[in-house]
Write a protein that binds this ligand. Structure first.
Ligand SMILES: [Zn+2]
Length: 258
């Protein structure tokens, strides 16, 4: 059985000591591809080095994460653009978005940075990977403006309501990234998930964060995707093989990877 981890930060320092073992465990667990969203200018080098080391297995994205948006956001955006012009290996603009959970100080700047990166995605014909935390209306308002454009993307770590899922589906070409949150006891996500067709679902770990049950609270890694898969299969009442195949096909279709 093959499945794709569509969102994993294995290039962060949490994996500095044992990355080869982490990758080996991912391969054994049946992970066929690992997609890597960037954070900011400080993470590009290690991300590209990791993707270089595991070519054809790890795939880089480029983008400025909303929690890294501050006073220096214009310089940070320039780094994104420079990298887009320098490398052709990026499979998406990510991760980008709005995060009002940690800090609301830079909301205005976050909005500017998000929309600028949406435009970059259109310019470079790449999908976007969206980080949305307590900011659905802001994100939705920006995306609504591009409803009839070629924009595609993923709501990564989706944990919204049925109403939000409906609005996203009406936007057009957007997928829902589902991770370990689906396995958490108090999650209402299974109810929302049942209203979304499997053709719109992709799986992710968001390593090193959000480890699924039974690893909750520990460092997450791509091999734990099988616990997310098991829960998603249970929600849809399908066998894991079908869910693994369909979600992998969805990732390949959206990101154009082989
Ligand atoms: Zn992430």
């Amino acid at each position: 059985m093959k499945m794709i981890d569509s969102h994993s930060h294995l290039f962060l320092e949490e994996f500095l000591v044992d990355l080869p073992q982490v990758i080996e465990r991912a391969r054994i667990a049946g992970i066929s591809h690992i997609l890597m969203p960037n954070i900011d200018s400080t993470t590009i080098e290690s991300m590209l080095a990791t993707c270089d080391m595991y070519k054809g297995y790890c795939f880089p994205m480029i983008g400025l994460h909303p929690t890294s948006v501050g006073e220096r956001y214009e310089q940070e955006l320039n780094v994104v653009i420079e990298n887009l012009n320098m490398h052709s290996s990026f499979i998406a603009i990510g991760e980008i978005g709005i995060d009002l959970y940690w800090d609301k100080t830079y909301l205005e700047q976050q909005l500017v940075v998000f929309e600028r990166q949406v435009q970059l995605a259109l310019e470079y014909h790449l999908p976007i990977v969206i980080h949305c935390r307590e900011a659905f209306d802001y994100i939705y308002n920006v995306l609504s403006k591009y409803k009839n454009s070629a924009l595609t993307g993923v709501f990564h770590s989706f944990m919204g309501t049925i109403e939000e899922a409906e609005l996203i589906m009406e936007l057009g070409n957007f997928m829902f990234g589902i991770n370990g949150v689906i396995t958490f006891k108090k999650s209402f996500l299974p109810d929302t998930l049942k209203t979304i067709p499997l053709e719109r679902i992709i799986l992710e770990t968001d390593s090193p964060y959000l480890a699924p049950v039974p690893h909750r609270g520990k460092r997450n890694e791509s091999a734990f995707l099988k616990d997310v898969l098991a829960k998603v299969a249970e929600v849809y009442q399908l066998c894991p093989e079908i869910v693994a195949a369909q979600t992998s096909e969805n990732v390949i279709r959206m990101f154009g990877i082989r």
